[in-house]
Design a protein around this ligand. Structure first.
Ligand SMILES: *Cc1c(COP(=O)(O)O)cnc(C)c1O
Length: 372
């Protein structure tokens, strides 16, 4: 076995003021959930998204739970989501005792198909959660139209899509609420962390209340409701602010990496497809994704194993919710089924060199061509 350099799939790059700000927290003792970095991270994030309110929280999963709680979602309610997503989207609905209702993806973006939403709406439907998958924005206009017609709220799960744009608008500013994750492998990170964006001041106040155990903002240690401790710490926000100050650089690096992959891999349409970037979209390239064509006879997992042996870390695309035990359905969602069975993510991080990308593409093409 020859020694090979390991190329990781993802990883944070902390090359701005993160260290300085964290040391400031330690030097001043402001390490818990109050402090100037929490406020500054929130206001800078709100500005970045062009919204009135940004509310930090413990992670991207509770960033979904809080707006559902604020909307009063309870057992018997239904929320529409794409089947093809990360499980947190569905789990946040389950935490409220409500039911996620699954919709298939569309062929071009792999995001939730707006044409398949209305058939899933019932008198119990309260809202829609869209997911900007792998950084590609959802086609929002038809979804906002459906939501308006049926009086539903729209939450954008933008955990993977910081800075992505739909028709020039930053995601997280288009629906009623946007939610973000700052997990270690996301576009910018705080280790663990999340953010909620909204222009709805009443909803923002409810979410802030619920985030802090429900303590009455006008009467300390008075609680009218059962709340949660879903706060972000000043330490996490210090890292987040350092990351956010450099977000242009992070996004530019991802685009550089994605463009290099597109240039080298798109001539091989007989072997694979890439998640496309629609004319109306600005992809944020959280993870570059490959879909093996039917010409490739090997299973997806065999190709991934060969790449692993070459020192290239990959990751399968998400299993659709209807395949997983908590959300299992017998039926077929053809697009989600096809994409998830044949797709995987290739390394997408800001520090990949041109040589790394060249090597990865050569190995992908080699293994695919050997299996036709
Ligand atoms: C990462 C992610 C989340 C959850 O974020 P955490 O910070 O890990 O809780 C939610 N939705 C999607 C689509 C994600 O990719």
């Amino acid at each position: 076995m020859k020694a090979v350099k390991k190329i990781p799939l993802a990883g944070p790059v902390l090359n701005g003021n993160e260290r300085k700000y964290v040391l400031d927290c330690i030097d001043t003792g402001w390490i818990s959930a109050n402090g100037k970095y929490v406020n500054e991270f929130e206001s800078t994030f709100a500005e970045f998204c062009g919204v009135k309110h940004a509310i930090s929280c413990a992670n991207g999963t509770v960033a979904l739970h809080l707006p559902l709680l604020a909307y009063g979602i309870e057992p018997g309610d239904e929320i529409i989501i794409p089947s093809f997503t990360y499980i947190a989207t569905a789990n946040a609905i389950k935490y409220c005792g409500a039911q996620p209702v699954l919709v298939d993806s569309e062929e071009n973006t792999w995001n939730m198909d707006p044409n398949k939403i209305e058939e899933k709406i019932t008198p119990r439907t309260k809202g829609i959660i869209v997911v900007h998958l792998y950084g590609h924005p959802v086609d929002m206009d038809p979804i906002m139209e459906i939501a308006k017609k049926h009086n539903l709220f729209v939450i954008e799960d933008a955990a993977e899509a910081h800075g992505a744009k739909y028709k020039g608008k930053v995601v997280g500013s288009i629906g009623d609420v946007g939610t973000f994750s700052f997990f270690g492998n996301k576009i910018i990170s705080t280790g663990e962390g999340g953010m909620i964006t909204t222009n709805d001041s009443e909803l923002a106040a409810k979410m802030k209340l619920l985030r802090g155990q429900g303590m009455d903002p006008n009467k300390r240690y008075w609680f009218n409701v059962v709340g949660y401790n879903y706060r972000m710490t000043n330490l996490q926000a210090a890292v987040g602010l350092g990351q956010l100050e450099n977000i242009r650089w992070h996004l530019d690096q991802r685009r550089r990496v994605a463009n290099a992959y597109i240039e080298k891999l798109s001539p091989y349409a007989n072997l694979l497809e890439l998640q496309p970037e629609m004319a109306w979209a600005k992809h944020s390239y959280w993870m570059v994704s490959i879909l093996l064509s039917e010409n490739v006879k090997a299973e997806r997992d065999e190709i991934m194993q060969s790449l692993e042996d070459d020192g290239i870390e990959t990751r399968p695309l998400f299993y659709p919710m209807h395949h997983l035990p908590p959300y299992y359905e017998e039926r077929v969602y053809p697009v989600a089924d096809r994409v998830s069975a044949r797709g995987f993510n290739i390394p997408t991080n800001a520090t990949l060199t041109d040589e790394d990308i060249e090597y990865i593409c050569n190995r992908v093409i080699y293994h695919c061509s050997n299996n036709i």
